[in-house]
Design a protein around this ligand. Structure first.
Ligand code: ADP
Ligand code: ZN
Ligand code: ZN
Length: 748
């Protein structure tokens, strides 16, 4: 009997053995997606070995149920990469491989399979006499008419709709030799990708772009691994560099991957790639249906698209011969996956994949992560710098001027609990008069609209998570942003019972109202989680704004990213210090990045840009660095703290989170692990266990241990110690869970 070893998306680090039924014998190959029974479920896994000689050790193997023949086998190189991911990020190989399969295929449904259509054609060896039945004759007549018009084959449903009859009628005609069936695979992803209107943009590169492209093409031609850090200010022409580099790679027969942080937030960038490369580009994004994504993935695997652009999972796209991998906005936190495993960082996987393939990697950003900056300074990456904006008609474009409004001095504004200073409102009015536009940023982190009791300070919290609930005006309810549950707006305080609840904090909706009341004739567009819930709504909002159908685009972090509108000459930042105080080692870095990115939206074309930055802490070093566009100053300041505390890039972090239904038991479990790890990793500094930032999440209590690992301790050493601790302590009690996050990002 033939057997196959199959990895499954389960947290168990070993392949399972299944029997290959005779009729699948020639289909089952390494890298193939197959469906197998597992307990009562059906799971999709990947074949990692097959053959008659695999040993069963007396165990009776169940049979493979199905083989997905429409999907070409996962390339060996990708399979090996997932094995590396499993090892480095401490998950099972099957979990890592899941990230490299078409999304949604862990438990395959009809929608995550290829869709096929039965087509009908006339048989070339049809009998000369017509069939006997009237219906049968009518069908053959109709097929002949279509044949004359070169319309064959036609879908079966088409035939039945035209001539009547049932599938059985057609099957009889086939049995009699009159017709043939053909199966055609439908590509559902066709037509949903942004329109491609090929345009030859013959831009003349400026000096720094030329230097960058020369270095990159030289590397590509050598065919050896090399990684570049492209540090260019907003509007310096990084995207143009990516486009040229990709063209070079494609023209020399290689394929390329472009990672973007969140595709729905970067429609403009995606359109530029489509314009340049047309149907050579596959666009992957999370708003595609499962079927659409399956088909796009399939198209990539069969080599239909030499270029793939997508969010983090695109780093595992089944492209053959990857020659160039680009990570745009490489500092973005969204490149790190948290749930489910694999908890991988797509930027780091991109570098490894490039290394494995002798490919070139480009990490680009206006505000590189301190990790990548350090790698460049250490000579691991080649640094390419573009410190100036693209010159316009010969004269150098300048970065926008930044003005500060110290909110502590805005007495009237504070008394009225309002958010828009006179200076900002006047600047907006000025733009409206001139027919220009403004973008307003309200950093949601730390400034959500919550209710607060003005007598005792009570804030309504989610009953299942230890976070305050956020007020949503359209539905007039409170919502937990962690678990999604909603609650009615209370009338009296939950603590002191007084009817003194007030709205605290600021939401985008309140800001919109305030602006409307201060400038009644203003035309606004709002972009936040509420207004972008629908498919394509991002695009619609940005389209409207681009057409000039609004004066102001107001929103959360979403408005900070990659937008390029000529008429925008003003950016207003409502609370620049938002997010600075979050308990995250990268809180300051994130705040600096956000301020720099959003400022970069202003004055990108001929007209000069201005930024008005409101803050209660205008003297904060981060805000000062942002005002001066001083990345080097920021990096020196931030690195000093990182080095002093042994945080990345001066050390590596591993976080271990324990969760369970009982607070004390969860903490005890964490304590037990701490002791066990301490004895195995004496050189590793450790924080905790302490309650996680969100202590209670969906009714489960969470405690965290953070390991600070000096750079000289090898990653494998830490892995072994954690695995050994797991063995010594034994399996977790029922409904308790442990999550290991390597190189964690963020604070959840
Ligand atoms: P970045 O990606 O660094 O923000 P972009 O590549 O988007 O910068 O470039 C900003 C703008 O300048 C875009 O509209 C782009 O088409 C244009 N641009 C880029 N390079 C040049 C160039 N060499 N000459 C003229 N315009 C350019
Ligand atoms: Zn109260
Ligand atoms: Zn909740």
């Amino acid at each position: 009997m033939n057997l196959a070893r199959i990895i499954l998306p389960l947290p168990v680090d070993r392949p399972y053995t299944y029997a290959v039924p005779e009729h699948f014998r020639h289909l089952v190959r390494v890298g193939r997606r197959v469906v197998v029974p597992f307990g009562k479920r059906k799971l999709a896994g990947v074949v990692v070995a097959e053959g008659a000689e695999l040993d069963l050790k007396g165990y009776e193997a169940k049979e493979i149920i199905d083989v997905d023949i429409e999907l070409t086998p996962m390339p060996q190189e990708v399979l090996k990469l997932t094995q590396w991911i499993a090892k480095y990020y401490m998950c099972s190989w099957g979990e890592a491989a899941r990230a490299a399969l078409p999304p949604g295929s862990a438990a395959p449904t009809a929608r995550s399979r290829a869709r096929t259509v039965t087509m009908v054609n006339l048989s070339p060896e049809a009998p000369s006499s017509p069939p006997t039945g009237n219906r049968q004759q009518a069908i053959i007549e109709q097929l002949k008419i279509w044949d004359a018009a070169e319309k064959l084959p036609v879908p079966q449903i088409h035939v039945l709709a035209e001539c009547g009859g049932t599938a059985a009628t057609l099957q009889r005609l086939e049995a009699l030799g009159y017709i043939e069936f053909e199966v055609e695979v439908v590509d559902r992803s066709e037509g949903i990708m942004p329109a491609a209107s090929l345009k030859d943009e013959s831009i003349e590169l400026h000096k720094e772009q030329t230097i960058a492209i020369d270095a990159i093409t030289k590397q590509l031609d050598e065919g050896k691994y090399g990684c570049f850090l492209l540090h260019g200010v907003t509007g310096s022409g990084k995207t143009e560099v990516y486009l040229r580099a990709l063209k070079h790679a494609r023209d020399s027969g290689k394929t390329g991957i472009v990672l973007v942080p969140e595709i729905s937030l970067t429609p403009q960038t995606v359109r530029r790639f489509r314009r340049r490369f047309g149907d050579d580009v596959a666009v992957l994004h999370s708003r595609m249906s499962l079927g659409e994504r399956y088909d796009a993935w399939r198209g990539i695997a069969v080599g239909r698209y030499p270029i793939v652009i997508g969010p983090r999972s695109a780093v595992l796209a089944p492209l053959k011969n990857p020659g160039l991998i680009i990570v745009d906005e490489e500092h973005e936190a969204s490149y790190k996956q948290y749930d489910p495993a694999p908890r991988y960082h797509a930027r780091d996987v991109a570098v490894v994949r490039a290394m494995n393939n002798g490919a070139t990697c480009i990490l680009g950003s206006a505000t590189p992560s301190l990790e990548s900056l350090t790698n460049a300074r250490d000579g691991k990456y080649q640094l390419l710098e573009m410190p100036e904006r693209v010159p316009i008609q010969g004269s150098p474009a300048t970065l926008p001027k930044v003005h500060i409004v110290d909110l502590r001095n805005e007495k009237e504004l504070n008394a009225r609990k309002e958010n828009l200073s006179k200076r900002l409102v006047e600047a907006i009015e000025e733009r409206i008069e001139k027919g220009e536009q403004a973008i307003l940023l309200l950093n949601r982190r730390g400034f959500s609209p919550v209710m607060e009791c003005s007598s005792c300070g009570w804030v309504p919290e989610c009953p299942d998570c230890s976070v305050s609930m956020v007020y949503h005006k359209p539905l007039h309810h409170l919502r937990c942003h962690y678990c999604g549950q909603t609650a009615r707006v209370p009338v009296t305080c939950g603590e002191c019972k007084l009817p003194t609840l007030e709205f605290a904090g600021t939401g985008t909706q309140r800001l919109e109202e305030e602006l409307q009341s201060k400038i009644p004739h203003i035309r606004q567009l709002r972009m936040d989680l509420d207004t972008t819930a629908g498919k394509g709504s991002h695009n619609t909002i940005l389209d409207q704004f681009g057409k000039g159908n609004a004066d102001v685009l107001l929103g959360t972090q979403m408005v900070a990213k990659g937008l390029d509108f000529d008429r925008v000459t003003l950016v207003g930042i409502i609370h620049a210090e938002a997010g600075l105080m979050l308990p995250d080692i990268r809180a300051e870095e994130r705040a600096f990045q956000l301020l720099t990115q959003v400022s970069g939206r202003s004055g990108r074309a001929e007209r000069a840009g201005e930024v008005i930055l409101q803050s209660r802490q205008p003297g904060h070093p981060i805000i000062q660095f942002a005002i001066r566009h001083d990345f080097a100053g920021f990096a020196a300041y931030a690195l000093e703290t990182r080095v002093a505390l042994g945080y990345p890039p001066a050390g590596r972090l591993v976080s271990i989170t324990f969760s369970g239904p009982d607070d004390d038991k969860t903490r005890d479990l964490a304590e037990k692990w701490r002791a066990c790890i301490d004895s195995r990793l004496p050189v590793v500094d450790r924080l905790g266990p302490s309650p996680a930032f969100v202590h209670k999440l969906k009714n489960r209590f969470r405690h965290q241990i953070l390991l600070k690992i000096p750079l000289h301790v090898p990653a494998s050493h830490v892995r072994t110690a954690i695995e050994a601790a797991g063995k010594a302590i034994g399996s977790l009690p029922h409904s308790y869970r442990l999550t290991v996050d390597i190189d964690p990002v963020g604070i959840v």
